[in-house]
Design a protein around this ligand. Structure first.
Ligand code: UDX
Length: 464
């Protein structure tokens, strides 16, 4: 009878516990991937930090993914509670490891113990915890494969830092100039704690049971092939955008996001009053801050184009918008603090994405067929911008002037190049082809589909 009761209550799905790095650009892809695992029959629990969990709506979590929390040691204020990046990362590791252990123990005595820890590769300590409990450890590399491969090279001392001789040659990558490298490499000494963090992804990756990369094979096949030779098993499981845009038959999958900013829902209505391809959508993601001067040039450059502008300016950046801009633009511009980006990119009114080239923004635009103007700010964005312009040929990258600013004339020139004329048409056509390949990759028989099935089947057969 006891056995029968156990059979009735025990959850026989393999259980994956996802631990994202606590920032918007890392939460989004891992949440989408967790949802995909859940749709494939695994039980997925998503554990953000306590601080983040307090800022989000519980209804964000539809589609079978459950929620739990760990601590980053900054439960009251999150990142702003720490003294520095270094201090935050240390607190995250100490409190994160301790509370992850507690979480694993809690589930151990429940009807669904954890079988696999899916951790952001920025958190290598989560793999140590997984191994301590004999669990499967799957590293989730949030950024582009090329970027990860450059960091792999740097971690293993194969790039002499600071890089002084260019172009840099890495197998599977095009020759790279300094400005094409991730900023931590080309701006010597910039953000040492973050640089250490991105390199630390490889400190124990050889012990991970899976290396999952948030890309699709066709997009970066040369880099994927090169990296697979040195670190394995490497599986490409992207793109991780909401499945309603990728999978046939999924009509509405809207309860997908976990926004760390307050959503402004007026943009879709505004977009629907604009002709197809007439709007430039502008966003710099969740972290980048522009100088007041740069905001001024950007604003007046956007105005000069005379196109419709949908501009996401986070509330902390709003005071930098030049006086008179909003009134001078009238109905030509809509400024929103935060929107559902994939919904906007999928809208037929959008003709071009003016972006900082964060990896999520880049891959979302590729998968939704939107050409780009790339204005990278830091971290991996510079390398993404290189690929957008020269490898995938879906956009144009801005040039800095002698003062390190992108002038209003340059902004106007680049937007016109994408929105008008023959070159723009080619970029749009290329973007459409990438969209098709992205969809193919996650459909039955596609490269990511096969990788995800391989991962799911391995986890399911080795579950405790
Ligand atoms: C950060 C890094 O900057 C980025 O380069 C790295 O690859 C991931 O972590 P972030 O700067 O926020 O991320 O950029 P990005 O990667 O583009 O992620 C932003 C996410 O927020 C995207 O998924 C985007 O769809 C979403 N977003 C952005 C919104 O939902 N609404 C908005 O208004 C703006």
């Amino acid at each position: 009878r006891e056995r029968e009761e156990e059979m009735e209550t025990k959850d026989y799905r393999a259980h994956v516990l996802a631990i994202p790095y606590p920032s918007q650009g890392h939460i989004n892809p891992m949440l989408q991937f967790s949802k995909r695992l859940s749709s494939k029959g695994l039980k997925a629990t998503f554990a953000t930090t306590l601080f983040i969990s307090q800022t989000m709506k519980p209804e964000s979590f539809g589609s079978g993914v459950e929620m739990d929390t760990i601590s980053d040691g900054c439960d009251e204020g999150g990142f702003s509670e720490a003294d520095s990046v270094d201090d935050y990362l240390k607190r995250l590791e100490v409190a994160g490891s301790k509370t992850l252990v507690e979480l694993i123990r809690k589930y151990k005595t429940s009807s669904h113990p954890i079988d696999c820890i899916l951790y952001d590769a920025f958190l290598p300590w989560a793999l140590d915890v997984a191994k301590q409990f004999g669990l499967i450890g799957a590293a989730f590399f949030t950024q582009a494969c090329v970027v990860n491969y450059i960091y792999y090279y740097a971690y293993h001392g194969r790039l002499s830092l600071p890089v002084s001789s260019v172009p840099v040659s890495i197998p599977g990558l095009p020759l790279l100039q300094l400005r094409d490298m991730p900023s931590f490499i080309y701006v010597a000494g910039s953000y040492p704690s973050y640089f250490e963090l991105v390199l630390s992804q490889f400190s124990n990756a050889d012990k991970a049971d899976f290396i999952l990369v948030n890309t699709f094979y066709e997009l970066e096949h040369e880099a994927v092939d090169s990296m697979s030779k040195v670190i394995s098993p490497l599986l490409t499981i992207g793109p991780t955008i909401p499945s309603m845009y990728l999978d046939k038959g999924v009509e509405n999958d809207k309860d997908y996001d976990l926004n760390l900013f307050k959503l402004d829902s007026t943009s879709t209505k505004w977009l629907s009053t604009k002709p197809p391809g007439s709007v430039v959508y502008v966003s710099f993601g969740s972290m980048a801050n522009l100088s007041i001067n740069q905001m001024k040039e950007l604003a007046w450059g956007l105005k000069q184009t005379n196109f419709y502008i949908l501009w996401v300016v986070r509330s902390s950046e709003v005071p930098k918008i030049p006086d008179r801009f909003v009134e001078e633009m009238g109905d030509k511009a809509l400024i929103a603090n935060w929107i559902t980006q994939t919904e906007v990119l999928a809208h037929e009114a959008v003709g071009c994405f003016f972006t900082h080239c964060g990896w999520n923004s880049t891959i979302e635009a590729l998968c939704l067929g939107v050409p780009m103007v790339a204005m990278p700010q830091w971290t991996d964005q510079t390398t993404d911008a290189k690929y957008v312009e020269d490898v995938w040929k879906v956009g144009v990258r801005v040039n800095l002037d002698e003062n390190g600013i992108v002038s209003r004339y340059e902004i106007e020139r680049c937007i016109r190049q994408v929105m008008e004329g023959e070159e723009g048409k080619v970029m749009k056509e290329n973007a459409r082809k990438w969209k098709e390949l992205a969809i193919e990759s996650v459909c039955e028989g596609g490269s990511s589909h096969k990788s995800i099935d391989q991962f799911v089947s391995k986890i399911s057969t080795t579950m405790s």
